[in-house]
Write a protein that binds this ligand. Structure first.
Ligand code: UN1
Length: 493
């Protein structure tokens, strides 16, 4: 019998108050994996109320103790790594090696933010008056609403929840409706590690009504969102009404630049991995290849056969290189971009097809696709496709590559292959993205550094690293005057 799962609110498993549910499918096989509650305003209200109540106690738990819970979460994630990876592959399709990496990112974040329990550095600096001191410290903000995507269903919730928790906030998590089960398991492990009830609450459901209720709730102080730029803009506009703090992590249209002096074999590996890994469904995925005209044909001669050899299939099968797309809607969107590219006059070199044969018949599989003769202003070179589609643009100089790289509404990551140190320096200075890779592809960010991008990719915040605490903390400054008399700053001599 198919299992029906529940929300976890205030330490209790609960159905949606309406009794409604939605199904969860395996994108490789079409198999029904379970039903989850379709939560509305009432469920979200109950979750926010539970989080708000729990906040008054959680904020007083010493931060090192909060950190210790995260260390235990790290241990549990290690113990359950294989189970979670398999569950994730079944739920969203990417291959086991990648889902193991996804869980590993959560483990890394647990230990990193666990350590922040004994840091959370503020600072003390000299003050201008005698017998007075000043200290700046980080304070939690309150209830944080986390809205997370399906492409990194463990890692991204940990990027949001772990810094928020160590800083003393409480949480309502709304995971993507395509990957509810991973999020549920993560929350279960948090409680197994000893988290007090109500500190993390999970409500399942789609953007509307579940996400909408969260971004509009007056007691939610912060929204941390990862998803499309279109939805992120909506979140920012709506949440502004109640002056919520909003952190947005959105789209990318990331480029690999290959200069004429590059090691082409090395570049091929980086391009394959970052363009077609996760079936191109990463914010950091490479979707533009800016190659020097003089090495374009040599590069494509090496690259195209390798693309054609990528094996599509169920991510649980060790032979598989590329899993399915997340759902039918995304499959149709990716294919529509193939038609757009052809209509725009780009040359389809390989792929461009929905795969319906044999074992793949029930899944949402798309052949790894490459277009050449792409102009930088074509839609396939400007818009985020979020699939295995790579557009090759010929460039004649580093300056041109940088200009093409930057002339786009996103700014998450970029990469350059060159052996020339001067070009490395120039590219590092001028590529206008939040992340730059030298001689590797556009993916592979590590959690101890800030993650995020410029322009339409974000709204100025960063996740992970020390910067990842900023969204979830308010600076509080305490002046302590022990002179026993009225002292006037800026006025007393
Ligand atoms: C994302 O694509 O949403 O750098 C996150 C990377 C991963 C994280 C990607 N560590 O590709």
């Amino acid at each position: 019998m198919t299992q029906t799962f529940k929300n976890y609110i205030g330490g209790k498993w609960q159905d949606a108050s309406s009794g409604k549910t939605f199904p969860n499918y395996n994108p490789a096989t079409g198999e029904l994996l379970g039903y989850f509650p379709l939560s509305d305003q009432d469920d979200v209200h109950a979750a926010v109320t539970a989080a708000r109540t729990a906040f008054e106690k959680w904020r007083l738990v010493p931060a090192p103790k909060r950190g210790e819970i995260l260390y235990r979460v790290g241990e549990l994630l290690i113990r359950h790594k294989e189970e979670l990876a398999r569950l994730m592959t079944q739920e969203m399709g990417k291959v086991l090696k990648e889902t193991q990496g996804d869980v590993q990112e959560g483990i890394d974040m647990a230990y990193y933010m666990g350590g922040e329990g004994r840091r959370l550095f503020g600072y003390s600096v000299p003050v201008e008056l005698p017998n007075k001191s000043g200290v700046a410290m980080r304070d939690p903000i309150g209830v944080v609403g986390c809205i997370t995507p399906w492409n990194f269903p463990i890692a991204i919730p940990t990027w949001k929840m772990f810094p928020a928790l160590v800083a003393g906030n409480t949480i309502v998590l709304k995971p993507a409706e395509d990957t509810p089960h991973c999020a549920l398991r993560l929350v279960e492990l948090l409680y197994e590690a000893g988290l007090p009830e109500g500190v993390v609450n999970i409500v399942f459901g789609p953007g509307n009504p579940t996400g909408e209720a969260l971004i509009h709730h007056p007691d939610v102080a912060v929204i941390s969102f990862t998803g499309s730029t279109e939805t992120g803009r909506h979140v920012a506009v709506e949440a502004a009404q109640s002056l919520k703090r909003v952190s947005l992590e959105m789209g990318g249209k990331n480029a690999v630049i290959v200069m004429e002096d590059a090691d082409l074999d090395l570049a091929v590996e980086g391009i394959l991995w970052s363009a077609y890994g996760t079936s191109g469904q990463r914010c950091t995925a490479c979707s533009r290849l800016l190659v020097h005209r003089s090495v374009q044909e040599a590069l494509l001669e090496k690259l195209v056969p390798r693309i054609e050899r990528l094996r599509l299939g169920n991510g649980l099968d060790e032979q598989t290189d590329v899993g399915p797309l997340i759902n039918e809607k995304q499959l149709q969107k990716v294919h529509a971009y193939t038609e757009i590219g052809q209509a725009e006059g780009a040359t389809l070199v390989t792929g461009g097809e929905i795969t319906r044969g044999g074992d793949l018949a029930k899944g949402h599989f798309y052949r790894p696709t490459l277009f050449k003769h792409v102009r930088p202003d074509m839609r396939i070179a400007q818009e985020e496709i979020f699939g295995p589609t790579l557009s090759v643009i010929a460039i004649d100089s580093l300056e041109e590559a940088i200009a093409v790289n930057n002339n786009i509404k996103y700014g998450l990551s970029s990469a350059i292959y060159t052996q020339n140190i001067n070009r490395v320096q120039q590219a590092t200075r001028d590529l206008a993205t939040g992340i730059i890779y030298i001689n590797s592809g556009t993916t592979g960010a590590e959690i101890q550094f800030p993650f995020g991008g410029t322009r339409g990719t974000g709204n100025g915040h960063r996740e992970a690293g020390l910067a990842g605490l900023d969204v979830f903390t308010e600076w509080k400054v305490v002046y302590n005057d022990y002179s026993g008399r009225l002292q006037k700053a800026q006025i007393d001599e």
